[in-house]
Design a protein around this ligand. Sequence first.
Ligand code: ADP
Length: 265
Amino acid sequence: MPEPSADLGSVPPDAILSLAKVCKSYGEREALKEVSLAIRPGEFVALLGPNGAGKSTMFQLLTGLFNADTGTIRVCGHDIRRSPVAALASIGVVFQQTTLDMDLSVEANLVFHCRLHGIGGRESSRRIAAALERLGLAPRAHEPVRALSGGNRRKVELARAQLHQPAVLLMDEPTVGLDPASRRQLLDEVLALRSGGAAVLWATHLVEEAEEADRVVVLHAGKVLADGPPEALRRAVGRATLAEAFLGMTGGRERAAAEPPPAPT
Ligand code: ADP
């Protein structure tokens, strides 16, 4: 049962994932400053921020690795601090670094995940076969993960993140290290999940990956600077493209201009 809360503030009642005034510091460094955001079922939300914005810190809080210093995080109504098991059962995660066992087969990696979530026997086989079929990986099921390309390894991680049928998928810069075609494929696969009602939070520093999101949350120096559909953000700051709007908001232009030119070689 979702717990009642006195501090939901303006969180929409149908939010499946919400952060309300979340703060997190590392010693003196404030990595997240009163961050609030909410995601509804079927929404693809891009968390767009330059390096150091606080994206990974937010993912560490959302995956229960650390607790926020203050503020509330809820998944499907469960407070992640008070009911971590229920909250985390509703989350699927693709981390920035691969967490597959390279020497196990694709299938064995997925079976292991099913067992961790208490899914066994025929149900496990059915879900794994369906996921591999959907992603075009069925013929590779018995190969060691090591034999797969980077793009296909990411697809296995995407399949794994969905096996326990989570309400929310968290993807932390999942295209890092992939070639452009594999990036595009992965983004398309995840965008397609919306039709099934999945909510997705996709962290990235690449504006082009945010262009097709339902909403873009711009995070900079630990603060949410903007939250809205890409077109609305662009118009609100009077820029021609989302890339220009992002650079304008985060001071990227100014930083780039202030950097010294590269030394002659
Ligand atoms: P991003 O993922 O957007 O690059 P991070 O969440 O990694 O941002 O970092 C946010 C800020 O917190 C940065 O200033 C970073 O230097 C700092 N930071 C991150 N992790 C630690 C840590 N373990 N100890 C101290 N500072 C950290």
